[in-house]
Each structure stands twice: as structure tokens, then as C-alpha cells.
Design a protein around this ligand. Sequence first.
Ligand SMILES: C[S@@+](CC[C@H](N)C(=O)[O-])C[C@H]1O[C@@H](n2cnc3c(N)ncnc32)[C@H](O)[C@@H]1O
Length: 214
Amino acid sequence: MTRLLSNLYPVTKTIKSDFSGTLEITWYNGKKHLNTKNANYSFGSLQRILKFGLNNIDLNSINSILLLGLGGGSVIETLRSDFNYKKSITAVDIDPVIIEIAKIEFDLIENDQLKIVCEDALQFMKINKDQYDLIIIDLFIDIVMPKPFLELSFWQNVIKASSTNGSILFNASLEKTKSNSLNDVISFLKTRMYQTVVFEKFNDTNTIIIAKGL
Ligand SMILES: C[S@@+](CC[C@H](N)C(=O)[O-])C[C@H]1O[C@@H](n2cnc3c(N)ncnc32)[C@H](O)[C@@H]1O
């Protein structure tokens, strides 16, 4: 019934999170979305933006993915359903409430191909010893990307975790212009031999960066 009614108008349920404030689960056009006060976290425009990024990456050569910022898991749905990617994904999120929402509201199931880690991505990357063919970085608290994720110490750990010829998809900013720190990250990737393409204001909102190790 909820799904039918949602074709006429959105139905919203709210859940409190210590990290992201009030989270809204909203039925819209027959599909559930996860939103914060000011942003779409999952299954709306965010899902389309990451799908655009994935369209620019050759997924045939990817055997392992690290996702920093699980949210409701919409990019996992895109990978599995639209790109038929069935191999390994490790997803990290700091927020246990979000992880529970991903499982209960968006039917995400942990199995041999999907490992979910509840941890601060900064800490996870400091101690991580594994390498991944694709690293997706989508770390926001509402509309803000926490500052440490634009520091080069974090990006050094990202490069360490990236396989030879690995790719990085970075949902980098919702700001109107690129900050100095984001420009520093782009320069850093280029000096570390990553072919780096920047899509500014994709969808009029997000700056997306795609980097491929040469
Ligand atoms: C836009 S949502 C991710 C959406 C998700 N990629 C998808 O496809 O549906 C941003 C996520 O980043 C997470 N996040 C923010 N800061 C974090 C941190 N320090 N460590 C890990 N996750 C963090 C938030 O809890 C939130 O779930």
C-alpha cells in the first residue's frame, strides 16, 4: 500500500542519527530514498551521480571494490543491477544507524561478496593493509564532506590501498567552486601518476573526480 500511495505523494519516516541528525526515508515515485535535512544520501540524485561516475570506469577489469560511505547502499544496487558486478565489495560507514537502515529498509545483505564495516573511514584507511581495484569515496555528513578527507595524509592511504592501475571514484564536493584543498588533492593524484578527470557541477550540484592509475 505504501508503495502505491507513494506514486501520488511521498511518505516519510524519520530516524535520528548521532552523526547525520534526522534521517528521512521517503517513498517517491514508487522507490524509497534516504535523505538528510539538506541532502539526498541514497537512491535519488546521488545514485544517478555515482552511476555517471561508474559509466566512466571499465568495470570488467575490477575484481574488488572498497566503498567508503555506505549510506543506504544505492551504489551497491547500481553495481549489482545495472553493471552486473557480482564480485567483492567492502563497504565502510561510521554510522551504525545508517548501516541498520541499509539492511532493514534497503534489504542490503552481508555475504561472501559484501562485507560491511562500521568504522570511521579515516581510521579504517590508516590500518588497512588490503588493495582494491576500485575505491569509491562518498563521505558526507549532510551536505558537508568532513575536512580530514581532503587532507593529503588520507589520500596517501587511498593510493596505498589502490591496486596497480586501480581506479578511484570520488564524490568530491557540493560546493560551487573547487576549494584549495580539493585542488591540492587533484594535483596530488596527478603527481602520483593517476590520470585524473574532474566533472564540475555534474547535475548542477556535485563535483565528481575519476582517477585511473597509469
Ligand atoms: C552520501 S552518503 C553515502 C551514500 C552511498 N554511497 C550510496 O551509494 O547510497 C554519505 C555517508 O558517509 C558516511 N560518513 C560520513 N563521515 C564518515 C566517516 N568519517 N567514516 C565513515 N563514513 C562516514 C555517512 O554516515 C553517510 O552514510
